[in-house]
Design a protein around this ligand. Structure first.
Ligand SMILES: [Zn+2]
Length: 222
């Protein structure tokens, strides 16, 4: 479930997300030489470590999705899978995606002067406008087209379906989220995250100012 994040760290040079000692985007090589410290005349060797890239919010939401997936279903006669007993999985998934996209735009707009990044995001407050018009004005194509171009067409399709059903749900149609959508969301959970990480590396790296994903979490708590 959180496998796409295992061993993932931000490149200290270009902000890319990757797991290797050499950045696949800018070629920066991490110095993984162990540190040697001496305490009371005894030398200790401490392996070099890098901070993991997974934001706390992502970790917590994925944990909640796992708990919900493992929760036994209640016996309800005639429910027929509509709405899904585990519909919270779809709501959590979309929340996770929206939070990740906040980090995406923050990292991508890191070099914009003054308050311009804030102003742009305020001008496009909804996720729909950000993925469509804001993304297109910035990179010449929608987020969906970019995700498809990267080989994640089925994931783009699923995200759009979740967006549509989730909107229907919050506007008074609880049956919009059914068992099939929950199952499809669980099946797509990892590839959606992998596609998102690939796009982050394509669109959010190489800025002078680097904004890590975990910094965006901290911003929103202050
Ligand atoms: Zn790099």
């Amino acid at each position: 479930m959180d496998a796409p994040w295992h061993g993932l760290a931000h490149c200290p040079e270009c902000n890319a997300l990757h797991t290797s000692s050499k950045c696949p985007i800018c070629g920066h090589v991490l110095d993984l030489t162990p540190h040697r410290i001496t305490v009371d005349d005894v030398e200790h060797v401490i392996p070099a470590a890098t901070q993991g890239a997974i934001p706390w919010s992502t970790f917590v939401i994925l944990q909640q999705i796992r708990l919900e997936r493992e929760r036994p279903l209640a016996a309800i006669d005639g429910a027929g899978g509509r709405p899904a007993q585990r519909l919270a999985i779809v709501i959590l998934f979309w929340t996770l995606f929206e939070i990740l996209m906040e980090g995406f735009f923050r990292a991508a707009f890191a070099d914009l002067p003054g308050e311009l990044a804030d102003e742009l995001l305020q001008r496009f407050p909804s996720i729909g406008g950000r993925l469509d018009r804001l993304y297109k004005r910035t990179w010449g194509m929608t987020f969906w087209a970019d995700l498809e171009a990267g080989g994640f067409a089925e994931d783009a399709k699923h995200l759009r379906l979740v967006q549509e059903r989730r909107n229907a749900f919050i506007h008074g149609d609880p049956e919009a989220i059914d068992d099939a959508l929950v199952e499809a969301t669980l099946a797509r959970l990892e590839t959606v995250q992998r596609g998102w990480i690939q796009l982050f590396n394509k669109r959010c790296t190489g800025r002078d100012k680097r904004i890590a994903l975990w910094q965006v979490d901290q911003r929103s708590r202050t």
